[in-house]
Design a protein around this ligand. Structure first.
Ligand code: RNT
Ligand code: ZN
Length: 414
């Protein structure tokens, strides 16, 4: 195996790529692991169905149903993922001690103390998301854009308490917290007023962000969407609305989820466009199949292309990367691990490309050689670099066998 790695390393060196440097660089890049793959976005605060136009399908055995189980599963999964991680939480994952309960507008840092403990023990930063769905106060499918003042107030308050919790995460872990605002607000059928909800949405988010906080600790993001299930005709937080909101509100970061665009649009192309204007951007990395289906991320063309853009733009520090998929039809731990590994592969692959040389060919209009080289690079001995990277990160070779054993010994008994 080492011989193969040495050969691959030489082969890459011939085209000017230092694979050692690539591996070292990747080890420092944090990728946020979403807790919600572990329990199909259920959370711990309400017993109702998943709403907001998103859907987890499948009923594979062994779903985590308590904080202890979710932490145990996540811990197990993370050990099988090479590279640096962050923990991504949603507000609905608040942990209440014996019989105590606080609604979403009354959440406090203490309700996340156990998560902080979990993160600190493992040296992880924490990212956060207010949860504007799966809750009785979502009125007629609306939250921050609702015409009902009481509803709007409730959700604004939720956003504000989440800022305070985000700041607490950052202070405790010493790592800034990326806080993402996404709502499923919209209409199933053709609305009579498209601007009204957007004006209310704008006002609500501005109000949330008027909560005083340290901008070095909390990085607020806003995520757009094209449509959801049951919300097919109109989405308040559309792409244009969201991008312009971020552009006009200093310090607010636009978040692109690559499941949230029309099927022939690509987020890989949008990354460099946004980087021309925003100092920082954020991503939800997923795999949409025909719609925003949130299938497990794979090492496919568009995934590689997104990673290539981030690396080419020299923007590994400017792009906050988070995974966002949830498949309940297969072993959830394998889903987590395969998805995370896919993104690591994509980043490592991108770091092992001779970007300057390729760009030069483009600038010289040598499109003949550019095509040739881009095609040849696809079958370079990348797998040997990847194996070496996993080995250096201490990931066991038989990681999948371990997941199967965990399914038998832990998940199957739930
Ligand atoms: C939904 C959005 C959103 C959620 C998570 C659970 O379409 O992608 O980011 O997936 O917040
Ligand atoms: Zn998302």
């Amino acid at each position: 195996m080492k011989d193969r790695f040495e050969y691959a390393k030489r082969k890459y060196a011939e085209i000017g790529v230092d694979v050692e440097a690539a591996m070292e660089r990747l080890k420092e890049v944090p990728v946020s692991v979403h807790c919600w793959q572990g329990d199909d976005v259920t959370g711990f605060d309400y017993k109702g169905p998943l709403t907001g136009g998103i859907q987890a399908t499948g009923n594979y055995r062994g779903k985590a149903t308590t904080p202890e189980q979710l932490m145990q599963d996540m811990d197990f999964a993370m050990r099988l993922m090479p590279g640096k991680k962050k923990l991504n939480l949603h507000a609905c994952y608040a942990i209440f001690e014996d019989g105590e309960f606080a609604d979403r507008d009354r959440l406090e840092p203490k309700h996340f103390a156990k998560w902080v403990e979990f993160a600190k023990e493992r040296g992880l930063g924490i990212d956060f998301n207010p949860t504007f769905f799966s809750h009785p106060k979502v009125k007629d499918g609306l939250t921050l854009s609702s015409p009902c003042e009481e509803t709007r107030k409730f959700w604004i308050e939720h956003g504000k308490v989440c800022i305070r919790i985000s700041e607490y995460f950052a202070r405790e872990t010493g790592i800034p917290c990326v806080m993402n605002i996404w709502t499923g607000d919209g209409y199933k059928d053709i609305p009579a007023d498209r601007m009204g909800p957007r004006l209310r949405y704008r006002e609500s988010i501005e109000e949330i962000l008027s909560e005083p906080f340290d901008r070095n600790l909390v990085k607020p993001c806003i995520e757009s969407k094209v449509f959801g299930i049951g919300v097919e005709s109109y989405t308040v937080g559309s792409a244009e609305f969201t991008l312009l909101f971020a552009a006009f509100n200093k310090g607010c970061i636009p978040l692109m989820d690559n499941g949230h665009y029309h099927p022939t649009e690509t987020v890989s192309d949008k990354i460099p466009a946004l980087l021309c204007y925003f100092p920082e951007i954020a991503l939800h990395i997923t795999r949409p199949v025909r719609w925003d289906s949130d299938h497990v991320l794979l090492f496919d063309d568009e995934t590689r292309e997104m990673a290539k853009e981030i690396v080419r733009c020299n923007a590994l520090e400017r792009v906050h990367m988070a995974l966002d998929f949830f498949d309940a039809s297969i072993n959830r731990i394998s889903a987590w691990v395969v998805g995370f590994r896919s993104w690591q592969k994509a980043l490592l692959y991108a770091l092992c490309l001779p970007h300057e040389r390729l760009a030069r060919l483009q600038d010289e209009n040598n499109m003949t050689e550019l095509m040739m080289l881009q095609e040849e690079l696809k079958v370079y001995p990348f797998s040997d670099i990847w194996e070496e990277y996993c080995d250096r990160c201490g990931v066991p070779e038989d990681w999948f066998g371990r997941i199967m054993k965990y399914e038998e010994e832990v998940l199957a008994l739930r």
